[in-house]
Design a protein around this ligand. Structure first.
Ligand SMILES: NC(=O)c1ccc[n+]([C@@H]2O[C@H](COP(=O)([O-])OP(=O)(O)OC[C@H]3O[C@@H](n4cnc5c(N)ncnc54)[C@H](O)[C@@H]3O)[C@@H](O)[C@H]2O)c1
Length: 323
């Protein structure tokens, strides 16, 4: 299948790109290589993808419609997996414009592109569990109201869902949005807790536990996300726009998560308990039923297996201290 993949130099896009070429797909992969976090990690991911006759990389900003159109040119994808976005909850309070550019304008541009593709079967894009807002009454279902985002990031992700709904209705596109729940794994993101905590433990620095550690996250290993998307691509295309949770349905207390990390690294963390940060949510907790019933798959890798895999990669990553 000819697949246009965005965000290939990012954490999830890298893993998916690798899997798609291994599955024999022809991939046109794009990314702006922005500097939200150190772009060296993005370059290293691209290098780790390696030269592959079935994968072409183009550096392009999806917020620039002309550049996007030119980059995709006559590729004529049969599927689009759109993962490029300005991620990060806390940074969205500092630079909200970056989120409007990548997640709102970028989403519109990708859908504009999609409606002009004559052979397109499926448009799959990344949304986020953050659209559920700050709630304690999980598991969260796709039918729940999502109109109280507590961060600009969440608001732009929900906007992306609404924009996708209108494109599906207006132009008969088949669109699926994936609400990811705290994805982690090797080649992960240095702005996320697993990387920040691991660094702090290793360097005898203080681990800051927001909301006094009273938070739960439904951690999802990146291999489960890749398997989920691969199954979607292999499934018959469904009509219209649907959103799906991708999460384990097993929320873990931040303190328990820290214990697994301490045991893996073999060192106790020094901790500081702090209040909740603006933009953050207390709990994330997926009800995965809709995805399981539609695509026959549920993420299940526990952090006791997934975190040691991350730590082992992170320890061996030669540019770790520079990131
Ligand atoms: N990792 C998670 O826990 C998580 C959770 C929920 C949702 N998501 C979503 O999943 C997707 C992938 O996330 P990730 O964790 O791999 O993040 P990431 O930041 O590692 O990857 C995103 C990639 O998109 C690229 N990008 C950003 N703006 C762009 C633009 N305007 N044009 C082209 N490329 C651009 C970045 O350079 C980056 O390489 C994102 O849409 C994110 O919002 C991730």
């Amino acid at each position: 299948m000819r697949i246009l993949l965005t965000g290939v130099a990012g954490f999830i896009g890298f893993h998916l790109g690798k899997a798609l070429v291994a599955q024999g797909h022809e991939v046109l992969a794009i990314d702006s290589l922005n500097d939200y976090y150190n772009p060296q990690l993005k370059l290293d991911r691209l290098a780790a993808l390696g030269e592959h006759k079935n994968l072409t990389f183009r550096k392009v900003d999806i917020a620039d419609m002309d550049a996007l159109t030119e980059a995709v040119d006559d590729f004529n994808p049969e599927a689009i997996v759109h993962l490029a976005a300005q991620a990060g909850v806390r940074y969205s309070l500092i630079n909200p414009q970056a989120y409007a550019d990548a997640n709102v304008r970028g989403q519109i541009n990708m859908l504009e592109l999609a409606r002009r593709c004559s052979n397109l079967g499926h448009f799959i894009y990344a949304s986020s569990s953050s659209v559920y807002g700050d709630r304690k009454d999980g598991p969260f279902r796709e039918t729940d109201r999502c109109d109280a985002p507590v961060s600009i990031y969440a608001a732009t992700k929900k906007s992306g869902e609404l924009i996708s709904e209108s494109y599906a209705r207006l132009y008969g596109l088949n669109v699926s949005g994936l609400r990811f729940f705290t994805v982690y794994g090797a080649w992960g993101r240095p702005d996320m807790a697993y990387w920040i905590f691991a660094n702090a433990i290793e360097n005898d620095e203080t681990v800051r536990l927001f909301n006094r550690g009273e938070m739960r996250r439904d951690f999802t290993h990146v291999s489960d996300v890749v398997e989920g998307i691969s199954r979607m691509l292999a499934s018959p295309v469904r009509k219209g726009h649907e959103v799906y949770n991708i999460g384990c349905s097993n929320p873990v207390q931040l303190r328990d998560f820290l214990s697994v990390l301490e045991n893996t690294i073999g060192k106790k963390a020094q901790t500081e308990l702090l209040p909740m940060q603006p933009g953050d949510v207390g709990d994330t907790y997926a009800d995965p039923t809709k995805f399981v019933e539609t695509f026959g798959y549920s993420p299940s890798k526990p952090i006791e297996e997934g975190l040691p895999e991350f730590v082992s990669w992170w320890r061996d990553y030669p540019n770790r201290s520079a990131i």
